[in-house]
Design a protein around this ligand. Structure first.
Ligand SMILES: Cc1cc2nc3c(=O)[nH]c(=O)nc-3n(C[C@H](O)[C@H](O)[C@H](O)COP(=O)(O)OP(=O)(O)OC[C@H]3O[C@@H](n4cnc5c(N)ncnc54)[C@H](O)[C@@H]3O)c2cc1C
Length: 384
C-alpha cells in the first residue's frame, strides 16, 4: 500500500517544483520520469525565464516559494529586434526582462538544479518509469499534450559573443517570432511558429539565413532541435481528484510561450493544495487564470498585427525610447478593458487540444485528458 506516499508523474519544472514543496513540508514523494534523465526533450536548449509580468524579481519569487535557484541564469536587459525589412531596433531596460537559463540534464541547468534540490530533500526520482495509473495521492505533470505552437531550429557551438536577437516576420515564423540566443560559446536558433507547421523546414531555413545575413550567425556542429507548446485554458485542472500542473494542464503564456514560470508556479500551488487540503482549482484560478486570459487577449491582438503592425510598434518603441521592461509589464497586466476583449479573444484562439477534463473522482488514469484513450478506458472504469 502506498498510503502516505505522494506520487508525481513527470520530472519537468512543474513536477519537481511540486515535489520540492511537498518534501519541504516533510511528505514522502516519489517522482516517476518517463525518460532516463531530466529535461530530455530540451537537451541544451536555452530558454528565457521571464521577469516582466511582475514587479517582483522572478528569482526572488522562486526562492521565497522555497524553490532553489542554483542554476546558471544570465540576466538579459537588452535585445536586438529586426522587422521583416531587416531594420534593426534596440530593446533596452535598466531592469532584467528575462533570465537566460539552460534546459536539459547537464551541469548548471534549471532541470538539474531542481532535481538536486528535490533529491537533497529526500525525494525519490525514478527514471525510465512511466506513470500510467495513479493510485492514492498524486500530481500529474507530464508536459504538453498537443501542439499549439512549435519551436524548431538548431543547437550549436559558436565563436560569437553572448546576445539575444529576435526577428518579427511572418515569413520566418508565422504569428510568432524567430530568435537567436547565445551564451558562453553555445547557442540556439529557432523559428517559433503558431501556424504553418507543415512548412517548418522552410521556416527554419529562412530563419537561419536571415540571422546569417543580419548578425553574421556562425554555427559549429549544428544539431536539429524542436519541441511543442500546448496553450489551453482548462475547464478544470483536476483529473480523478489529482491536480494537473504545468503544460499537462495547458498552463502557458499564450502570447509567446514563456511557460516555465507557469509550470513552477502551478507545481507549487498543487503541492500547497494537497498540504492544506484545499481545492487546487481554486488556487490556480486565483493566481494563474488572470495572467493566462490576459495573455490570450494579447495573443489575439498580436495575431492581427502582421509584418506592418510589428514594424509600426518597433518604430514607435525606437522613437519614444520606451523602457522594454515597463512596456512588457504593462502588456501583461490584466486591465479591466482587456477583460472585455476576452470573449472576442476566445473566438480568435482555440487550442488544438480538446478539453478532456475527467471529473470522475475514482479515475486513476494519467492519460484520461488525452482524447484517444477514452474508449479503451471506458471499460476499465475511467470513462463511464
Ligand atoms: C523549443 C522550446 C522553447 C521554449 N522556450 C521557452 C522559453 O524561452 N521560456 C519559457 O518560459 N518557456 C519556454 N518553453 C516552454 C517550457 O519549456 C515549458 O512550458 C515547460 O518546460 C513546461 O514544464 P512542465 O514541467 O509542465 O513539462 P515538461 O518540461 O515537458 O516536463 C514533463 C515531463 O514529464 C515526463 N513525462 C511525460 N509523460 C510521463 C508519464 N506518463 N510518466 C512519467 N513521466 C512522464 C516527460 O518526459 C517530461 O520530462 C519552450 C518550449 C519549447 C518546446
Amino acid at each position: 500500500m502506498l498510503t502516505d506516499l505522494i506520487q508525481i508523474g513527470g520530472a519537468g519544472p512543474a513536477g519537481l517544483a511540486a515535489a520540492i514543496t511537498l518534501a519541504r513540508a516533510g511528505r514522502r514523494v516519489l517522482v516517476h520520469e518517463l525518460q532516463g534523465e531530466v529535461g530530455h526533450r530540451f537537451g541544451g536548449d536555452f530558454q528565457g525565464l521571464e521577469n516582466w509580468s511582475t514587479q517582483h524579481d522572478v528569482l526572488d519569487q522562486l526562492r521565497e516559494a522555497g524553490i532553489g535557484t542554483a542554476f546558471t541564469a544570465k540576466a538579459c536587459s537588452r535585445a536586438e529586434v529586426f522587422d521583416a525589412w531587416g531594420n534593426r531596433y534596440e530593446i533596452e531596460s535598466n531592469k532584467t526582462f528575462f533570465y537566460l537559463v539552460e534546459r536539459g540534464p547537464g551541469p548548471g541547468t534549471l532541470d538539474t538544479a531542481l532535481l538536486e534540490q528535490a533529491r537533497g530533500l529526500g525525494v525519490e526520482v525514478r527514471f525510465n518509469s512511466r506513470l500510467d495509473r495513479l493510485e492514492g495521492a498524486g500530481i500529474l505533470a507530464a508536459g504538453p499534450k498537443a501542439a499549439d505552437a512549435i519551436a524548431v531550429g538548431y543547437h550549436f557551438e559558436t565563436p560569437m559573443d553572448d546576445g539575444v536577437w529576435v526577428i518579427l516576420d511572418d515569413e520566418l515564423a508565422p504569428q510568432g517570432y524567430a530568435y537567436l540566443l547565445i551564451m558562453n560559446g553555445r547557442g540556439t536558433v529557432k523559428s517559433c511558429m503558431f501556424s504553418g507547421f507543415k512548412q517548418e523546414h522552410l521556416y527554419v531555413q529562412r530563419t537561419v539565413a536571415a540571422f546569417q545575413r543580419l548578425v553574421g550567425l556562425e554555427m559549429l556542429n549544428p544539431r536539429l532541435h524542436g519541441g511543442v507548446g500546448n496553450f489551453h485554458m482548462p475547464a478544470r485542472a483536476v483529473t480523478g481528484g489529482h491536480p494537473v500542473v504545468g503544460e499537462a494542464a495547458g498552463f502557458q503564456d499564450f502570447l509567446w510561450g514563456f511557460g516555465m514560470r507557469y509550470a513552477i508556479h502551478s507545481g507549487v500551488l498543487a503541492a500547497r493544495s494537497l498540504l492544506e487540503g484545499k481545492y487546487y482549482d481554486m488556487f490556480w484560478r486565483l493566481e494563474l487564470e488572470p495572467p493566462m486570459w490576459n495573455s490570450m487577449v494579447n495573443r489575439a491582438l498580436f495575431g492581427l498585427l502582421g509584418n506592418r503592425g510589428y514594424r509600426w510598434i518597433l518604430r514607435r518603441n525606437q522613437a519614444q525610447r520606451w523602457d522594454a521592461h515597463r512596456v512588457l509589464q504593462r502588456l501583461y497586466q490584466p486591465w479591466p478593458i482587456k477583460r472585455l476583449l476576452l470573449p472576442w479573444a476566445r473566438t480568435r484562439y482555440s487550442s488544438r487540444r480538446q478539453d478532456e477534463s475527467c471529473d470522475h473522482i475514482n479515475c486513476t488514469c494519467v492519460w484520461c485528458r488525452h482524447g484517444n484513450h477514452h474508449l479503451a478506458d471506458a471499460q476499465k472504469g475511467c470513462g463511464g
